[in-house]
Design a protein around this ligand. Structure first.
Ligand code: HEM
Ligand code: HEM
Length: 176
């Protein structure tokens, strides 16, 4: 399997990034759902502790993935339609905007934030910054659920293209 993408298949690095992010996002949504539905249960306590640091890690990986996608743009398999290309762009936009909004809210709250011991935000004692907190409260969760809905549509389309014999089997480009 080649490291770089080519016109028929995604390469090893693109696949690793695609499936790695998929697994981490699954955990991220499970922690969010547990927090929303089973607040203060032992499962919530266990999983919610990972939501902020993992969300930060996801942003770093997704930013790297975006750079990698742009570097490979002329090499990778062409999207099957304009709608498929738009769908992938929407997934990227949401994957970046959702954690960025959460980090803006985290900053505005004035509370310190050190994911994995990295002192990212020191926190402050003055009043919290209302617009930062308000923006995150308004959009972080809502856009995240929208991302989940888009992702489910993405998965359905991948299998639909595989089932329909006249369609290009896009799953083979991303899976072995
Ligand atoms: C790609 C990354 C992320 C995804 C997919 C994600 C997803 C979600 C989802 C689905 C919810 C539940 C919303 C609801 O209950 O309706 C949520 C809540 C929350 N997330 Fe994230 N999150 C991400 C990153 C982050 C980061 C980086 C932080 C903080 C630094 C964060 C902090 C929070 C907080 C405090 C809540 C509870 C308040 C709220 O509902 O907005 N998240 N997240
Ligand atoms: C079971 C889960 C998943 C399946 C079966 C799946 C399937 C696929 C397939 C077959 C492709 C190639 C499409 C093509 O070449 O036209 C692809 C690409 C892509 N997928 Fe997924 N996918 C899954 C999960 C996810 C998740 C969770 C995300 C992010 C929210 C995602 C985002 C993308 C993006 C952005 C592309 C474009 C190529 C790239 O830049 O990596 N996928 N996926």
């Amino acid at each position: 399997m080649s490291v770089l993408d080519n016109a028929q298949r995604y390469g090893a690095i693109s696949r690793f990034l695609h499936w790695g992010v998929a697994v981490l996002l699954l955990w991220q949504f499970l922690s969010a759902a547990t927090h929303a539905l089973l607040e203060d249960s032992w499962l919530d306590e266990l999983m919610w502790a990972t939501h902020k640091p993992l969300g930060f890690l996801l942003l770093v990986i997704i930013a790297l993935r975006l750079v990698w996608a742009l570097l490979n743009l002329s090499r990778r398999p062409a999207a099957v339609s304009r709608l498929a290309a738009l769908g992938h762009q929407a997934l990227y936009a949401l994957m970046i905007v959702i954690p960025v909004l959460a980090l803006i809210r985290q900053y505005g709250s004035g509370r310190a934030f050190s994911p994995f011991g990295i002192p990212l935000m020191d926190g402050f004692d003055s009043e919290k910054i209302e617009w930062m907190v308000g923006l995150g409260n308004l959009l972080h969760g809502e856009l995240a659920w929208l991302l989940l809905a888009f992702t489910l549509g993405h998965i359905v389309m991948a299998f639909w293209h595989r089932i329909r014999k006249s369609h290009e089997d896009v799953l083979a480009r991303m899976w072995r």
